[in-house]
Design a binder for this molecule. Structure first.
Ligand SMILES: Cc1cc2nc3c(=O)[nH]c(=O)nc-3n(C[C@H](O)[C@H](O)[C@H](O)COP(=O)(O)OP(=O)(O)OC[C@H]3O[C@@H](n4cnc5c(N)ncnc54)[C@H](O)[C@@H]3O)c2cc1C
Length: 481
């Protein structure tokens, strides 16, 4: 007589931001046999990561609540949650719940409640453990994976999901060591205590002009800051405020592989001209591009993708990742007041000035001599680093590359993976049976890899692979003689 012994299989998720947490929710809901899910993250609150860890309620989601449901079968799920929550928490800055631009912190709460709810309904033997630690190395052995955490501890898993998210880029300018621990230099633009100390200074310099810069400006305004902002950015672009608009009628269905950047741009420009001529909002045209992005990306050659990254990406990021209206209103008011100065150029060095302020050397575009901008503080709002070998202070990434378990994507951004299964591809060119990834490491493979819709899609793709981890052992059972 034989019977099936079902041991508890185990999945290790490295990174408990939104990606790792969504994968866990999906797995918990789907698992019907014993499964131990361990999420490794030193961050004490699963689900928040970088984006939803800011407790400043002026940092909003960049889209309306109707676009943020974590239950695809119920698109209003988040808006309904928000309504109930608003009644309880007192945050009710909306007339129509579907169009609310919620604080990112509340969205983190929502993700966490979804996790708790999934756990409450979990099948027998399906468990979640949060290991409050960073994973520094993993080793594959005998069909399983050993994870090294801290100096002493090790864990074993049948399958590992890499969801380490985003890593801050190096500043790109020289800064005196003595300034690194000085309240005048803010490497973390979301640090509330550091921002508190700036509220009565006269001049703040922000390096980078993306959505992170907007976060810093709205935070300072909320604190009553009345001084000037000097924003230094390479291209001098600032993100645009989001208008609620319907997507423009389809115009890209005829653009098929092999896709060229030039042909897409030409089509987009033609439609924007038409929209402008008709007095319509040009943002409608950008919205019509989005559903095609993945298809266009996969239909383009490596050379065309490289061309896109070199010449178009910065504009695409600015136009697509738009500023939520509450933040856009604050930012526009600051600009209208004449307190914001946009400098197109590259900061090269930061020194302490004699009067206790900072001298920031900037190479302004079109000028040969270096310009010195004097300010009371510098906030580093530069973006994220997607090239793993350039990321500092993250031993796991270096180990994974050294061991050949992963290799950079063709574009060099993030790592290579099978876009259908999200299994990582190692230096041998084979898709791993034991390591998968999701979220920002897929920047090179999928390009738009971190939006809510995309992360939900990836969690669904991953679930069968993760759930299949480990083997059901069929054992022979002998009747006692
Ligand atoms: C500031 C910001 C605002 C955003 N706003 C929006 C928005 O409004 N709307 C929208 O659709 N998208 C937004 N996004 C996109 C966002 O990237 C995704 O929505 C999502 O939050 C990405 O989550 P993640 O888990 O992949 O990464 P992260 O949030 O970076 O989380 C990764 C986690 O992994 C952990 N980790 C890393 N390495 C290790 C290790 N070796 N061991 C253990 N743990 C590790 C980190 O501690 C971290 O908690 C925003 C992104 C940012 C950065």
């Amino acid at each position: 007589m034989s019977h099936v012994v079902i041991p508890q299989r185990s999945v290790a998720i490295i990174g408990g931001g939104m990606s790792g947490t969504l994968a866990a929710i999906r797995l918990i809901r789907q698992a019907r046999t014993p499964l131990l899910i361990r999420i490794f993250d030193p961050n004490p609150e699963l689900g928040r990561g970088v984006a939803y860890g800011t407790a400043d309620f002026s940092h909003r989601l960049n889209g309306p609540a109707k676009a943020f449901s974590l239950r695809p079968e119920n698109p209003n799920h988040f808006a309904d949650w928000l309504q109930v929550r608003a009644n309880r928490s007192g945050w009710n800055d909306f007339d129509d719940k579907l169009l609310a631009f919620a604080p990112r912190w509340l969205y983190g709460d929502y993700i966490r409640e979804e996790l708790a709810e999934a756990l409450n309904a979990a099948a027998c033997g399906v468990e979640l453990e949060h290991i409050l630690a960073r994973v520094d190395d993993i080793v594959q052995e005998q069909g399983r994976v050993r994870l090294r955490v801290d100096v002493q501890r090790e864990f074993i898993a049948d399958h590992v999901l890499l969801a380490p998210g985003v890593f801050k880029a190096q500043p790109g300018f020289a800064i005196a060591q003595s300034l690194l621990d000085d309240g005048r230099y803010l490497p973390d633009p979301w640090n509330p205590d550091a921002l508190d100390k700036l509220k009565s200074v006269a001049d703040v310099l922000l390096v980078g002009s993306s959505l992170t810069m907007i976060d810093a400006v709205v935070s300072l305004e909320a604190r009553g800051y009345q001084g000037n902002y000097h924003v230094v950015s390479r291209r001098g672009l600032v993100p645009v405020g989001r208008n609620e608009a319907q997507a423009w009628p389809e115009f890209l269905t005829d653009v098929v592989a092999p896709v060229s950047v030039r042909s897409v741009l030409r089509a987009v420009r033609t439609q924007i001209d038409k929209a402008n001529a008709a007095g319509e909002d040009w943002q409608r045209v950008v919205l019509a591009v989005r559903p095609h992005l993945s298809r266009l990306w996969h239909g383009a050659s490596l050379a065309e993708r490289q061309r896109f990254m070199r010449h178009v990406r910065a504009y695409w990021d600015m136009f697509l990742h738009r500023v939520p209206p509450p933040s856009a209103n604050v930012f526009e008011a600051v600009r209208a007041s004449g307190r914001l100065f946009l400098h197109t150029g590259t900061p090269t060095a930061v020194h302490g000035a004699g009067d206790g302020r900072l001298d920031v050397s900037v190479r302004l575009r079109g000028k040969s001599a270096t310009t010195i901008l004097r300010s009371d503080a510098l906030i580093n709002c530069t973006g994220f680093e997607y090239v793993w070998k350039r990321v500092n202070g993250q031993p796991l990434l270096a180990r994974l590359l050294e061991r050949g378990y992963v290799r950079p994507s063709e574009l060099g951004l993030g790592i290579d993976a099978d876009p259908q299964t999200l299994a990582v591809i190692g230096v041998d060119g084979n898709a791993s049976e034991h390591i998968s990834t999701m979220g920002l490491p897929l920047r090179g493979v999928l390009f738009e890899s971190g939006t809510i819709a995309e992360l939900l899609r990836q969690a669904v793709l991953l679930a069968p692979l993760l759930d299949a981890a480990g083997q059901y052992v069929v054992e022979e059972e002998r009747d006692a003689a």
